[in-house]
Design a protein around this ligand. Structure first.
Ligand code: 4NP
Length: 149
């Protein structure tokens, strides 16, 4: 059975769509299924932010067909690992956990790089360089995840 990984941020339009697209591009899609969601419900049904679409495209990854959805409790059943982009997302996910097994599935994405609890900053209110920075951080973490899968 395929391993299912969920990437989670607040809006599901900037960071987690990038994380979904980057990790999916690094793994065999018949073995590893990657999805993304947001803990906030502000942009449900929308495409990713145009700046995330652009930076992904620069790196040969098409995330334009993704659509925003909200994180829900059933995701604990559906996914094997749930990655949060920052500590606030992490806390929001954990608040919905129903048991210790749910809690065990949740990790901070950048801990995959060096074990440190660094966070992917929210680039929504910044410029294009913020998106490049976020892309690079997420890519480093996804390379580490892909190596272990
Ligand atoms: P994301 O960024 O969590 O990386 O998708 C955000 C996008 C939109 C909002 C917040 C964060 N918002 O408040 O609309």
């Amino acid at each position: 059975m395929a391993t299912k990984i969920l990437m989670v941020c607040l809006g599901n339009i900037c960071r987690s769509p990038l994380a979904e697209g980057i990790l999916q591009s690094l793994v065999d899609p018949t073995k590893i299924i990657v999805d993304s969601a947001g803990t906030g419900g502000y942009h449900i049904g929308e495409k990713p932010d145009y700046r995330s679409i652009a930076i992904a495209k620069e790196h040969g990854i098409d995330i334009s067909k993704q659509r925003c959805r909200k994180f829900h409790v059933a995701d604990f059943r559906e996914f094997d690992v749930i990655y949060a982009m920052d500590k606030s997302n992490y806390a929001n996910i954990i608040a919905k956990a129903e048991n210790a097994n749910d809690v065990k599935k949740v990790r901070l994405l950048l801990t995959e790089i060096d074990g440190r609890e660094n966070q992917v900053p929210d680039p929504y209110y910044g410029g294009a360089d913020g998106f490049e920075n976020v892309f690079n951080m997420i890519k480093m973490a996804c390379i580490e995840i892909a190596k272990k899968l």
